[in-house]
Design a protein around this ligand. Structure first.
Ligand code: FUB
Length: 447
């Protein structure tokens, strides 16, 4: 685990974060279930934390204290709504067990139902699944006094069909299960059955959705020689039988691969997790990338990016270090008091560039662009171009000495062309050929 990065992470305790990957940096978040409620995108992750002092040996695996919820407030900013449920507030839960694994939240009618696993104090199972209700997507939730009877296991994945019938998928092991729910969404209406048609091997992280009349069932799937992948299967009925279709994501070395898939603003998005910040697979960070369906309904494999999703607009901070493409430059985490939070583009060599896709220039109102920079040298410039490193030049920043490579300053340049709509931007670094690096760049902002 990189201690410096972790220290920086906690110094960087902020409420609002950017939609590039990882989605939030002020806490560890895993197992993200994304949902769109009334046109707004929410994410319901679990959270990872350090074991309490003196109890480190008890938590060789996950140490998970409870749940926050997040919403996307504009194209690029996540809002943290704080604690939804803490482990010691589970009415039927064992205390101080840090066993709050992957949750889910779903809406039926005008009610939001939040499902979570916890360790029951009656000792009847490794995990039971509880539920709470609210009229608000981020709570407060009224928690049921007891867990859902007739099921035990991890990873609740909810699905409500067009006819309002609810289904609860769950489990972790060689088999996964599904149970239809009563109208109240708090009780099962029939015995759980095995999800038929899945390949052999360990599976968990059930997530179901419907697209063009096809029921998709997605799951984290372990291949003995590869490790965790994300697989999917399809069916004509939410109870199956399903037909395995292949992988959505290969193993990316992320330990587990809990995920969810949602359609937001006409684009399908895969949410998953990795350990970008901690370097340790029990301290995870949620991420998101676009996912594409082929004409026949099958899914193209997703390659994780650090650009992620979200379209910054005029006035939003463009985290240029969450790039789509980079050449002759690096990125590094930077933070601490009086420092920018997050990452920076650094080691910017002559003619190095960084490309950031999808920035919304609106109707062309932006006349200026700001940049947060640090430089220990005083020659050269960096240019903002459209599309590619030789594309149309729209702004030029002369490089100034700011006091050193970690002395940050916000500078401004004119936008010299009227630019409208959504464009890909490229920052091209120009220093003396003799100069080791041109400038450190934290973010850009259209004004
Ligand atoms: O986060 C704890 C457990 O690890 C989840 O419940 C699983 O899906 C896996 O991600």
């Amino acid at each position: 685990m990189k201690k410096t990065s972790l220290l920086i992470l906690f110094l960087a305790a902020i409420q609002f974060c950017f939609a590039q990957n990882p989605l939030v940096t002020h806490m560890f978040t895993a197992d993200p279930t994304a949902r769109v409620f009334d046109g707004k995108l929410y994410v319901y992750p679990s959270s990872d934390t350090y074991p309490p002092a003196g109890r480190e040996k008890e938590f060789p695996r996950f140490c998970m204290p409870g749940y926050h919820a997040f919403s996307l407030e504009n194209g690029s900013t996540w809002k943290d709504h704080g604690w939804i449920l803490k482990e010691n507030d589970v009415p039927w839960g064992d205390k101080d067990t840090y066993a709050m694994w992957a949750p889910d939240c779903i809406k039926k009618g005008d009610t939001y139902y939040y499902y979570y696993p916890a360790k029951p104090k009656d000792g009847t199972s490794f995990r039971r699944i509880g539920v709470g209700t609210s009229k608000n997507p981020t709570g407060p939730f009224k928690w049921e006094k007891s867990y859902i009877k007739g099921i035990s296991g991890i990873d609740p994945g909810l699905f409500v069909d067009d006819n309002d019938k609810g289904y609860l998928y769950f489990g972790g092991g060689k088999e996964l299960f599904v149970a239809p729910l009563k109208d109240n969404m708090k009780e099962i209406s029939a015995e759980p059955i095995k999800v038929e048609g899945l390949p052999a091997g360990y599976k968990e992280g059930s997530f179901a959705f419907k697209k063009d009349g096809i029921y998709y069932f997605t799951f984290a799937h372990v291949f003995p020689d590869e490790g965790y992948t994300i697989g999917y299967a399809t069916a004509k009925n939410p109870l199956g039988p399903f037909t395995y279709q292949g992988k959505i994501m290969d193993n990316i070395g992320n330990g587990t691969n809990h995920h969810s898939i949602v359609k937001y603003n006409d684009q399908w998005i895969l949410f998953y997790h990795w350990w970008d910040i901690s370097g340790y697979n029990k301290l995870r960070s949620m991420r998101a990338d676009y996912i594409t369906f082929k004409k026949d309904g099958t899914i193209k494999k997703v390659t994780p990016t650090i650009r992620g999703i979200g379209i910054p607009k005029i006035g939003d901070t463009i985290q240029i270090d969450r790039y789509n493409e980079i050449s002759k430059a690096n990125i590094a985490f930077v933070g601490g008091e009086n420092e920018p939070n997050g990452w920076m583009v650094c080691d910017t060599k002559m003619m190095g560039f960084v490309k950031f896709n999808k920035v919304d220039f609106g109707n062309g109102e932006a006349t200026k662009i700001e940049a947060r920079v640090a430089s220990g040298q005083r020659t050269g410039s960096f240019e903002i171009r459209l599309g590619n490193p030789k594309g149309k030049l729209i702004a030029t920043f002369p490089i100034e000495y700011t006091g050193g490579w970690s002395s940050w300053k916000t500078i401004e340049a004119d936008i010299t062309e009227k630019v409208t709509g959504i464009k890909n931007i490229v920052v091209v670094f120009k220093s003396d050929w003799g100069s080791e690096k041109a400038v450190n760049l934290n973010w850009l902002k259209l004004k």
